[in-house]
Design a protein around this ligand. Structure first.
Ligand SMILES: NC(=O)c1ccc[n+]([C@@H]2O[C@H](COP(=O)([O-])OP(=O)(O)OC[C@H]3O[C@@H](n4cnc5c(N)ncnc54)[C@H](OP(=O)(O)O)[C@@H]3O)[C@@H](O)[C@H]2O)c1
Length: 321
């Protein structure tokens, strides 16, 4: 089968499209014929082996996992032993943080997959897992958002942010979205009640008050959370120094600030599937690439200015590499 592989750390140009062996299915896993992927900032962090301490998990000198890729949607070809909720032929979407998704076939634990809602497409649903799960868990699992509350979402126009705006609205919150001026109309179209353009108004001097602050961009300071919010959730970070400083202040201060690593599970994927099916969440795809252009899609994401998501489709896979 075809797959993108790499043997060293580096930019998207270290990826090679190669013929490799199709993966086998272990107990609890499903083998999926991949129809589409999406790219996330985690893909380029993993490709580059950055931040450096991540290499203690990813492989100190060389990457341990040859095939990268997390988000996928596709068709179950085979279900392993002890898999009860999926069978061959099911259309599924999911994520694997162990890599392996940028390939024509991937074998993943069944508990990081869910059935695609009827009427949805592979590229649409491949965009949901990492960013959608992160938005859902930031708002609901860690942010404890309740209907009628107010939430400020910093970084509202990207993958995580555009899902967060729509999920917060679906749960009955009033949403203030922070994005660049060029994306104001985009975040309003997602349902944001108020918008702050960070290149027109300094967010570090914003005087609004909110029940919950979600920072997907990662440039908010501890004093910003305290000034604007009753509780906060850190999703992304702009620099390592900023991350360490916030985590130290969180450990020593009293403000309820959560930091987490999103984890896929079938239940949360099913919640997202229902939100997509009901039309409360619409997947907004800025650009769709062919699977052959997966390195370009990662380059696109690395600029950190994506509006919604980028998708990659595995069409016309037979033929020359
Ligand atoms: N904790 C976790 O488990 C977890 C999981 C997934 C992702 N993350 C992290 O979350 C972050 C966002 O991920 P993503 O997938 O949403 O990335 P993305 O799709 O690349 O979006 C990045 C967004 O950042 C916005 N942005 C850039 N500068 C900004 C600023 N100064 N103020 C506010 N927004 C700004 C951009 O919007 P404009 O173009 O409008 O500026 C863009 O839409 C990344 O750091 C990622 O690593 C964490």
């Amino acid at each position: 089968m075809k797959a993108f592989t790499r043997t060293k750390y580096g930019g998207p140009d270290v990826l090679r499209l190669e013929e490799v062996e199709k993966p086998t299915v272990k107990d609890g896993q499903v083998l999926i014929k991949v129809e589409a992927n999406s790219a996330n900032p985690a893909d380029w962090h993993i490709l580059r082996g950055k931040p450096f301490f991540a290499r203690f998990t990813l492989g100190l000198l060389h990457p341990k996992d040859k095939i990268p890729g997390a988000d996928f949607a596709g068709i179950v070809e085979q279900a392993g032993n002890n898999v009860s909720h999926l069978k061959a032929g099911d259309h599924v979407f999911g994520e694997t943080l162990e890599g392996g998704a940028f390939a024509a076939y991937t074998s993943v634990p069944a508990n990081v997959c869910a059935i695609m809602p009827e009427g949805t497409g592979f590229s649409e649903m491949a965009c949901v897992p990492v960013a959608g799960i992160t938005a859902l868990q930031a708002l609901i699992t860690h942010g404890k958002l309740k209907a009628g509350e107010t939430v400020l979402i910093n970084g509202a126009s990207g993958g995580v942010g555009h899902f967060a705006v729509q999920i917060a609205k679906a749960y009955g919150a009033t949403v203030t979205a922070v994005c660049s001026d060029k994306n104001v109309a985009f975040v309003r179209s997602l349902g944001a009640d108020h918008v702050v353009a960070y290149d027109k108004e300094n967010i570090h001097q914003h005087t609004g008050k909110y029940n919950l602050i979600i920072d997907t961009n990662g440039n908010l300071d501890y004093k910003d959370y305290k000034r604007m919010g009753q509780r906060g959730v850190m999703v992304g970070f702009t620099t390592m120094g900023h991350m360490i400083s916030l985590i130290l202040k969180k450990a020593t201060g009293k403000f309820p600030l959560a930091q987490f690593t999103a984890e896929a599970n079938t239940g949360d994927l099913e919640t997202l599937a229902l939100l997509v099916q009901s039309g409360q969440v619409k997947v907004r795809i800025e650009k769709t690439y062919s699977y052959k252009e997966i390195p370009k899609a990662i380059q696109h994401i690395e600029a950190m200015r994506t509006m919604g998501k980028v998708a990659m489709v595995w069409e016309n896979v037979d033929g020359a590499l």
